[in-house]
Design a protein around this ligand. Structure first.
Ligand code: UD1
Ligand code: CA
Length: 450
């Protein structure tokens, strides 16, 4: 049986942040949540997470995940951290230890390491710049130790094969070695990596498996390294979009911060941000500068430049923007047109309805083929409560009209421009509320006194 221990008690002092290191975001969510997903994919008996710095924040951020929490009260090193979880681990289990700051490792890479049947197996990689990493010490195939950067001699520092901090061993063995690890080193810490030297000295079989793709195993101790991780994440995410059938005008400028699925022949223009859960149907196009969060756009929907869409859904091909803002609870049926400087919230527009210019449509049910003229505003808020506006199909609302909710406009009604509508307007009739226009003959403009 396999159990996973994720070490997440470090403060990440080098981040200069109020947030614990493992909650720093990559691809729009905490590093630790990526690792928990990866661990879950291996179907272990349990996932243990060791927390310390900002423990409550970490627990809160990952509530509802299948995690057994352990606490490391003092940060005495990675070996000491792993020890805190071991009492909760079945002594007969195999243990996979993962550092909490290595979010990009793939399940398949870890599964490959788990194939290795050595007494201790570690995942290593060839670093272009090994500075800061533990170096793998070997005689040919036999690994006899790992030397931390701060303890390494000048000669050892030239070694490019470095420790990823991923390690597999039997739980009972690991507990035994960790009991013997001391803190007599440059950092005065109990290093998990010292288990490797102890195992080798005991004559046990130790192997370092060199990973093919070093970019998966990068750790992040500071913001510079976070930026490097983010770049790798983005490259992967863009590639996934391209593979699913999206064309990206300039892949380097698209940012993916969540879980995005796209259909065939989707087009995404430059400087687009996709966050949360985004689903784009076949043939959807997204104009430059748009931000799409938690939304589902049906096949053929066209998002013009510079739109902000959040928590909205289209159920047919619609046209949105440019410069439109669709907020939570917006639902657009087939053929709806939302034009420039239109904001919608908690509103359903039926097939073919249009709000082409400068409108606010909130808490509203808008029937099929309704035309909302420029500057139509649903006055949904009386300062205390929100109220509904209901507009029947084929109604025509003249420009610059305020619909004071709760109010209902009947099907096929016409509302004269500039009206303030505060009671229901009957179906099929013209309703208007505005002062009658008059002209005063012989009126003269005032003149400046001499
Ligand atoms: C560690 C490894 C190093 C490896 C590198 C890979 C050790 C001693 N060194 O170094 O060989 O090359 O990762 O990125 O293991 N943590 C705790 N409690 C502690 C200390 C750390 O939970 O007392 C956690 C941290 O939150 C972090 C992980 O362990 O998630 C690794 O700690 P970190 O300080 O980042 O280790 P490195 O110096 O990067
Ligand atoms: Ca690290």
């Amino acid at each position: 049986m396999l159990e996973v221990i994720i070490l997440a008690a470090g403060e990440g002092r080098r981040m200069n942040s109020d947030r614990p290191k493992v909650l720093q975001h990559v691809g729009g969510r905490p590093m630790l949540s990526h690792l928990v997903d990866t661990a879950e994919a291996l179907e272990p008996r349990a996932i243990h997470v060791v927390v310390g710095a900002g423990a409550d924040q970490v627990r809160q951020a990952l509530a509802n995940r299948p995690i057994r929490w352990s606490v490391q009260a003092q940060r005495l090193g990675t070996g000491h951290a792993a020890m805190q979880a071991l009492p909760a681990v079945d002594p007969g289990s195999r243990v996979l230890v993962l550092p909490g700051d290595m979010p990009l490792v793939r399940p398949a890479t870890l599964a490959g390491l788990l194939q290795n049947d050595a007494d201790v197996a570690v995942l290593s990689f060839m670093a272009d710049n090994p500075t800061g990493y533990g170096r793998i010490l070997r005689d040919g195939d036999a690994v006899w130790g790992i030397r931390e950067e701060k303890d390494a001699s000048d000669e050892e520092r030239t070694i490019r094969e470095v420790n990823s901090a991923v390690l597999v061993a039997g739980a009972g063995d690991l507990a035994g070695w960790l009991d013997r690890v001391g803190a007599d080193n440059a950092q005065g810490e109990y290093y998990l990596t010292d288990c490797v030297g102890l195992a080798a000295a005991d004559g046990r079989r130790v192997e370092a498996v060199v990973a093919g793709d070093a970019s998966e195993l990068m750790g992040a101790n500071d913001r510079l390294q976070m930026a490097a991780l983010e770049a790798v994440f983005q490259r992967r995410a863009r590639r996934a979009l391209l593979e699913q059938g999206a064309a990206l005008a300039d892949p380097d400028t698209v940012q993916v911060r969540g879980d995005v699925e796209v259909g065939r022949d989707v087009f995404i223009d430059v400087n687009v941000v996709l966050q949360g859960r985004v689903r784009l149907g076949d043939g959807v196009s997204v104009g430059p500068g748009s931000v799409l969060s938690d939304c589902e756009l049906a096949a053929g929907t066209e998002v013009q430049p510079y739109c902000v869409i959040e928590g909205a859904k289209t159920s047919g091909a619609c046209s949105v923007g440019p410069f439109a803002r669709l907020r939570a609870g917006t639902e657009l049926a087939e053929g709806v047109k939302i034009g420039n400087f239109v904001e919608t919230k908690n509103a359903r527009l039926e097939a073919g309805a249009k709000a082409s210019h400068l409108s606010y449509v909130g808490d509203a049910a808008v029937g099929a083929a309704v035309n909302l003229g420029a500057g139509t505003i649903t006055c949904n808020y009386d300062g205390v409560n929100k109220h509904q506006t209901i507009i029947g199909e084929r109604a025509f609302v003249g420009s610059n009209t305020s619909l004071v909710a709760p109010v209902e406009i009947g099907a096929g009604a016409t509302i004269g421009a500039g009206s303030v509508i505060s009671s229901d307007a009957p179906a099929g009739q013209l309703t208007l509320s505005r002062a009658r226009q008059r002209s005063i003959s012989g009126w003269k403009r005032p003149e400046k006194k001499p």
